[in-house]
Design a protein. Structure first.
Length: 303
């Protein structure tokens, strides 16, 4: 494989590719989540329509037919959505695109700080090879980036002082990505849990009433509530919200720890070239661990 020999152009190319893959990942995720919500609505709608059709009196024959038709249509549409927009293959596209983006970004920052593999030897050639390896590994997925035009962002300076690296890369990731994302996921998970509690309490009340009275006009709706609960749980799992909450928080805390260590060591003048290299590598490793976790989720999409 021919390796490019223009480090400035190579860096610009990798930075643009990273932005393109990042935007493609965001689009794929937004589409997957949006269709997951449609699937939830169709599932609950089918359960409601089926139950309504069975509970309406015989005198409401037209309404019963409409409800039965609505239930059948919802089930058919649900199969269509599942096959085309919420399949494991769609999830893998989103996660793989994110992995490519994060992999490129990590290599870029290791390269411009001359850390890790780029500390010794020909850093330019090594970076070109890593760039090619990452992008070639996702050649089958480039179709989702074809119409992506990412917003222009300044390329990191080459070389980049480690002080700037911690301010822009590490502190920036904590403040603009990991911390707000963790809080957003925590809020979302909390809302799901509250909704599940309310529905579970309602289902329990219906079951207790049916047991005590021997009959209740609402008994059939207990199955609808159970279906809704199962659907919400599946939606929460499919979106990997609890997993994201855990990984975002862990990465945020680790990056904060490394940033604080860098600042303390710098204030004491206790940072030599080896110590600087170690801190940068540890910071990128913390981000890579989160990225590798996403890849593990991709390999086991139904776990």
């Amino acid at each position: 494989m021919t390796v490019a020999q223009a480090p400035a152009s190579e860096l610009e190319s990798a930075w643009l590719a990273q932005a393109r893959w990042s935007e493609a990942s965001n689009r794929a995720k937004a589409s997957f989540v949006r269709w997951q919500r449609v699937a939830v609505c169709l599932t609950v709608g089918a359960a409601v329509a089926t139950t309504a059709a069975s509970q309406l009196p015989a005198s409401c024959d037209v309404a019963r037919r409409v409800m039965s038709f609505g239930a059948a249509l919802a089930v058919a549409l649900l199969a269509l959505v599942g096959r085309n927009w919420t399949s494991p293959a769609r999830m893998r596209e989103w996660i793989r695109a994110r992995s490519v983006s994060e992999g490129l970004k990590s290599e870029i920052y290791l390269y411009v700080t001359r850390s890790g593999r780029y500390r010794k030897g020909d850093a330019d050639d090594a970076f070109a090879e890593q760039h090619a390896t990452i992008v070639n590994g996702a050649a089958d997925l480039t179709r989702i980036t074809a119409d992506v035009t990412p917003a222009a962002k300044p390329v990191p300076p080459n070389p980049m002082p480690v002080t700037d690296y911690f301010q822009q890369r590490v502190d920036g990731q904590v403040q603009k990505f990991y911390r707000p994302k963790a809080r957003s996921e925590a809020t979302l998970v909390s809302r799901y849990r509250k909704a599940e509690f309310v529905l579970a309490a309602l289902a329990t009340a219906i079951a207790v009433h049916a047991s005590a009275s021997g009959t209740t006009p609402f008994a059939a709706w207990g199955a609808v509530i159970t279906t809704t609960l199962a659907t919400l749980a599946a939606h929460l799992a499919a979106g990997r919200h609890e997993y994201q909450l855990t990984t975002y928080t862990a990465t945020w805390l680790e990056l904060e720890r490394l940033s604080a260590r860098f600042k303390d060591k710098s204030a004491k003048g206790a940072l030599d070239a080896d110590a600087l290299d170690s801190l940068v590598v540890q910071a990128e490793a913390a981000i890579s661990v989160e990225n590798q976790g996403w890849m593990a989720q991709w390999k086991e999409p139904n776990s």
